[in-house]
Design a protein around this ligand. Sequence first.
Ligand code: XIL
Length: 359
Amino acid sequence: MTRKFSRRAALAAPLALAALTRSSAAERTSLAEAAAARGLLFGASIGDEASQDTDYADLYRRETRIVTTDVALKFDWLRPDKDHFAFERADSIVAAARGAGKHVRGHALIWNDRTPDWLRGLSNAELARVFDEHIDNVVARYAGKLHSWDIVNEPFWPMQGETGGWRQGPWLSAFGPSYVERAFRRARAADPAVRLALNEAQCENDHDWGRSIRPLLKRLVEDLLHKGVPLDAVGFQAHLQPQWPHDFAAFADYASQFGKKGLDVYLTEFDVNDQSLPDDPAGRKDAVAAIGGAFLGQALKIDGLKALVTWQLADRYTWYREIWSHIHPNSARAPTALAFGEDLKPNPLHGAMHDALVA
Ligand code: XIL
């Protein structure tokens, strides 16, 4: 049976949720422990904030077993200019996380979005050289240190109208769709052990975007496996958008296909975008918990699921703050998207996540 999750249901959920959350925050184990009990790694993306905010660092220490580099290993952060690799931030994030006993995911080695301006003037032959050199240097630098790498991020963006639904950008221009295969093969040569992942957006929703990307991603994965390309895992970002139609059971079935092929599946950037929800902070938090809990209730059943990672760990640093403040510069409203709040205390979503993990 499939279940649609409508905005009306999200808004009506708070009352039901009070009854549904089975434990008080004080009674709950950490999310990492709850996840570990079912063989799952739980964690969050991490940036510089955790090195400057000791309370936030404590939260990572307690709640996570795996962290993903948020922006530090992205091309535009690493390569502000052609001849310089700015490894310092990534080096310190990776060293601190490993020193604290965490697994680390590298994100996003190759992505056609967010590439620096200096790439624009290059010929395809120069782009190809930059691409190869980038993968060789960056993957080799962290070889043996990472749990997994998002080798290619968001390969598809059919809304741009490109043939085959591919996301447009310098790497597609330089190689055509074979950039994906090339990236995986080179990454494997530079680090024989790290799990190599293909990370995609939108597949969790039943909006036109999710529905159009799912078959494209499935075909790509099948093609890569058929060619013997070293692909170990598929990542689903899971940035939930409550205003869109959802069929989380159908998503879980879809994602399970990859697990059944022997691939690992990760939920890589889980959070709830609360932009469409009303201002009332308490009601908004409950609605976020309701949709997040409904999602995990299905998604935790995905075959081959190995990790659940949220995008940052607390509302204090959710990336939606930046987006919201651009769209509504005069608004006092702070987005809520994550298990922990602006005050770093558990949100209702924390209860919903914990319940789903221990179910
Ligand atoms: C986000 C970062 O967290 C922000 O700081 C940045 O401004 C925009 O990108 N999907 C991804 C991530 O794969 O890399 C994005 O990260 C969030 C959406």
